[in-house]
Write a protein that binds this ligand. Structure first.
Ligand SMILES: Nc1ncnc2c1ncn2[C@@H]1O[C@H](COP(=O)(O)OP(=O)(O)OP(=O)(O)O)[C@@H](O)[C@H]1O
Ligand SMILES: O=c1ccn([C@@H]2O[C@H](COP(=O)(O)O)[C@@H](O)[C@H]2O)c(=O)[nH]1
Length: 300
């Protein structure tokens, strides 16, 4: 659809300065059978065209209108583009090496569809293995509610639509939270469960390149039907803007189209521990513990 502004400009300028009358006989007279006398715009006189063979109309007003109108339209489009946050605005400074070395900092990504039970299992792992649990969704919600955040509105609309917030925001929030923990530790070490992240390939690559390579992914596998049931139930008390049927549908779509490729990517690198998430929370945790210890040993 054409943008309304040029039409608006055209209408206004035509009304004000078009040499054509606006009635039905507004075609240039040379298209009409019996041309009648008209105003000469060069001299301001009425009467027959004083120079036969030359166009009776001066084209400069039209050229001026076109140039001014196009210029205004280009300026307006540019200003619209400038209003959207660009990657440069939200990007962290470029780095060549990750902030944390995997020797000191252990990162496990925790993935699974919305409502698969990631948060529930993370709580158990924190209790038993002293992990620090960082939920990307929780960090985004906190940033959304932080007074003065320049990303508050952006995050709000992305979460409601089940879309993935531009990676620079989330990666930076995670890095900040990790830094806080590592700086407080006397040995500058840390053990993190990064829950609900990475949800998109660009996040996975950026995080491992600039923050810390992860050991592997705990992937909670659950059918949509079960996840939907859990989320709708949680929605009765959670107060989350995305625990409703419409947002859940969008979140499932994003998960299949955008997040599963991340799981597939790590699977190809043999960095995925897959856990069936349909059983009771205790049963799911039993399998989680067994598979984790199989991979890392009992005293990791
Ligand atoms: N194994 C399970 N069986 C039944 N209900 C469960 C199970 N695990 C978690 N739940 C419930 O399902 C809901 C979603 O669980 P949880 O918040 O842990 O999922 P999540 O994967 O972290 O979700 P989200 O991605 O939306 O944050 C919660 O209400 C939780 O109590
Ligand atoms: O890396 C991420 C993680 C999450 N989001 C957005 O947050 C919501 C909620 O996430 P939960 O893990 O379910 O709490 C998610 O649907 C995304 O909109 C994100 O953009 N990037």
């Amino acid at each position: 659809m054409a943008h309304p502004l040029p039409r608006f400009f055209a209408r206004r300028f035509c009304q004000q300065s078009s040499p054509f009358p606006r009635a039905s006989n507004s075609f240039p007279r040379r298209f009409q059978a019996n041309p009648s006398p008209r105003r000469n715009y060069a001299t301001g006189e009425s009467g027959p065209n004083p120079r036969p063979g030359q166009s009776p109309f001066k084209i400069w007003p039209f050229v001026a209108i076109t140039v001014v109108g196009s210029g205004a339209y280009i300026l307006m489009v540019r200003s619209r583009v400038d209003m959207a946050p660009t990657n440069e605005q939200i990007a962290a400074p470029k780095k060549d090496t990750p902030t944390f070395s995997p020797t000191n900092v252990t990162v496990l990504f925790v993935l699974g569809g919305p409502g698969a039970g990631k948060g529930t299992q993370c709580a158990n792992l924190v209790r038993d293995y002293k992990f620090t649990h960082l939920s990307a969704g929780d960090l985004l919600r906190a940033e959304q509610d932080r007074k003065g955040s320049e990303f508050g509105d952006l995050i709000k609309s992305y979460i409601k639509d089940g879309k993935i917030v531009p990676m620079e925001v989330t990666v930076q929030l995670l890095e900040n939270a990790m830094t806080e923990v590592v700086e407080k530790d006397k040995d500058h070490k840390g053990k993190f469960l990064i829950d609900g992240f990475p949800r998109k390939m660009d996040q996975a690559l950026k995080f491992e390149e600039t923050v810390c390579p992860s050991k592997f992914v705990l992937f909670y596998d659950c059918p949509e039907e079960e996840m939907q049931k859990r989320l709708l139930k949680r929605g009765q008390t959670s107060g989350r803007s995305d625990d409703n049927a419409e947002s859940i549908k969008k979140r499932f779509k994003t998960f299949v189209e955008t997040s599963m490729p991340v799981v597939d990517y790590f699977q190809k690198e043999n960095r995925v521990i897959k856990i069936a998430a349909t059983k009771t929370p205790d049963e799911v945790y039993k399998e989680t513990k067994e598979k984790l210890e199989e991979r890392l040993g009992k005293n990791f």
